[in-house]
Write a protein that binds this ligand. Structure first.
Ligand SMILES: C[S@@+](CC[C@H](N)C(=O)[O-])C[C@H]1O[C@@H](n2cnc3c(N)ncnc32)[C@H](O)[C@@H]1O
Length: 218
């Protein structure tokens, strides 16, 4: 079954607020100050456009490309773009695997996106995304974290149960096949990126990360 977020698009924001209040949005915006002056920004799997709205407020110049396969998510995101900014936001209604970029980007942002994919899917998609970036380009990511020893934290049963419930719901409602969060850091590091910063939420199983492409002189 193909993955489709159309059915959950309208309820997504309400569900997010009910479960996490403003915490998810704070994670998305944690590194916003690093891209205030960026000129070409790629948002992959942006969903309803919560981050896009904030980005347009702090960066008045950037051209923004949004790659999002759900039509209903795109409608929501479009409704959050002020009239004056319409010309600098391009919506590409496609899965990232089908996206053919016209140039490179200074920054790519992925928020609560990689958790939709199984390990083999992430290993195929992430290098493709990293290749869309300039030689010193940034990848800004936020996602859920599995409560395992590798996360550097004490195992929390409440986080484990929360993630299983979310996967149960989204698996049923959208068709995603993944059942656990696969950590992207080893794949990013293996593809010539360095980890510039990582932030673990104090109470919730979220994590924010900034990776930068290692500049190689030719
Ligand atoms: C869990 S939602 C996250 C939405 C938003 N980024 C957020 O922070 O809440 C995952 C989003 O990724 C999109 N998506 C799923 N598969 C995708 C793909 N192959 N390429 C691009 N986007 C995809 C979905 O349509 C959905 O909007």
């Amino acid at each position: 079954m193909p993955v489709c977020f159309d059915k959950v698009a309208i309820a997504y924001g309400v569900l997010e607020k009910a479960l996490f209040g403003s915490s998810l949005q704070l994670m998305r915006c944690r590194y916003l100050n690093q891209i205030e002056d960026s000129k070409e920004i790629l948002l992959v799997g942006e969903g309803c456009g919560f981050f896009l709205k904030k980005l347009l407020e702090v960066n008045a110049e950037a051209m923004i490309t949004v790659v999002e396969p759900s039509e209903n998510m795109i409608k929501q995101a479009e409704s959050r773009v002020p009239h004056k900014d319409r010309k600098r936001v391009v919506f590409c209604n496609a899965a990232f695997g089908q996206f053919v970029p016209e140039g490179t980007f200074d920054v790519a942002c992925t928020f609560f996106f990689w958790d939709c994919f199984r390990e083999n899917q992430t290993k195929a998609l992430l290098p493709r995304l990293l290749n869309c970036l300039e030689p010193d380009g940034l990848l800004i990511n936020a996602d859920f974290v599995e409560p395992s020893s590798s996360s550097g934290r004490r195992f929390k049963i409440s986080h484990f149960i929360l993630l299983r419930i979310l996967y149960g719901f989204f698996g049923f409602a959208t068709g995603i096949e993944s059942t656990r969060v696969f950590e992207i850091e080893p794949v990013a590091l293996g593809n010539g990126f360095i980890a510039k910063d990582t932030y673990m939420h104090e109470k919730l199983p979220f994590k924010g990360q900034v990776f930068q492409r290692r500049f190689v002189k030719r």
